[in-house]
Design a protein around this ligand. Sequence first.
Ligand SMILES: [Zn+2]
Length: 388
Amino acid sequence: MTQYAIYPMDVINISQRYKSTHLAWDICGTSTSPASWKAPCNLRLLKTYNFGRQENYYESGHEIGPYNTAMFGTCDANGNKAPVMCEDGQMRVLTFALTHMNGSDFAAFGFNTFVYEEANPVVYTQGTVCYKEGICGWFSNGSRIQQHIHMEVAEGWQFSKYTGSGGQFIMHENINPCDIFTRYAYQSAGGSNGTNGYTFKIVSSGSYPASTTPLVKLHTSSHTAALRKLPSTGADYHLIIPTYSEADILSFRKGFESDGYQWAFVKYTTGGNQVYYGYVQLDPNGYIFLSANESYHYNTTPLFLINPSQSRQPAIRTSAVTGSPQYTLAYESADSTHHYRIMEFLPGFESDGYQWVRVIKDNETAVNGYVQLDLMNWVYISANIQVS
Ligand SMILES: [Zn+2]
């Protein structure tokens, strides 16, 4: 069961935004006692740092405070690496790194003695308290920075931090938390900072309502695919998926990346049963989509939407390739309530070298037919994300 990443504190009070000099959020409760950080989704403890800098740690004559860090990776109920559904509709494998808990609380969680062992997962189920605030740092006027947690988010499972170019001690693949968290209705903004300009969609359950069955597969029909850690041609890759292999597509990135391609987040299982999560560039000439869910019909929940680019909108034809053009796949913004739904992925490539899909417009069902799946020039696919 896929889960949402729920905002980790009962009240949303973000005292420091993400910026180049602070690649994290500082988040707080609303009282002087340490508020709890609750697992946004199932998490596995990956790494702890006890720097020996506790609440009585002094530097240049100031009491600075604790720098204890714990790092948690998204997982399933058994502690296996698993992606989480993020607020922007993307599925990601993530690591959360939390800093500043008091030494006594840090010890009480057992973090001082923690050593990661592959066979012995330490799992916190969604909603479980697994970290607390601490008092650390100074404002320029000399007053202490009160209870907070310095929270970093990174793509993938991370087992270490490093000193970045700006001197910040950060995780690799560090990302802005702004698109990650949904919230429950009761988690309103509070304290002196509130949401600090960020917005949060509301969900009624921590579980993502979609089926966990892979909905569509990627078949490397013509050439190999690099399974990358981030959706970018310059990113490191986990491995190369060989030709004639299949990967489960878990979500489609919205729109085109800077390389001009749409990317997908996929799960790939090797012949040796090793599971990898990562990103694949959707090369319309190299890969085919296979509809994995045979029972998919218009009457059931629509699974995939197709969106043309603003500048180029393809014809909807009466049949693939040679059918006469009857409609135009008109541009609808990602937030539009009207969508073209993919009814079917036609198998393989047609004579024009492209895969085709059958589509229908949801508010105008007469508008239906076949569209060339030119993922570089015409269109991109998005999953239908049911965030209320
Ligand atoms: Zn901070």
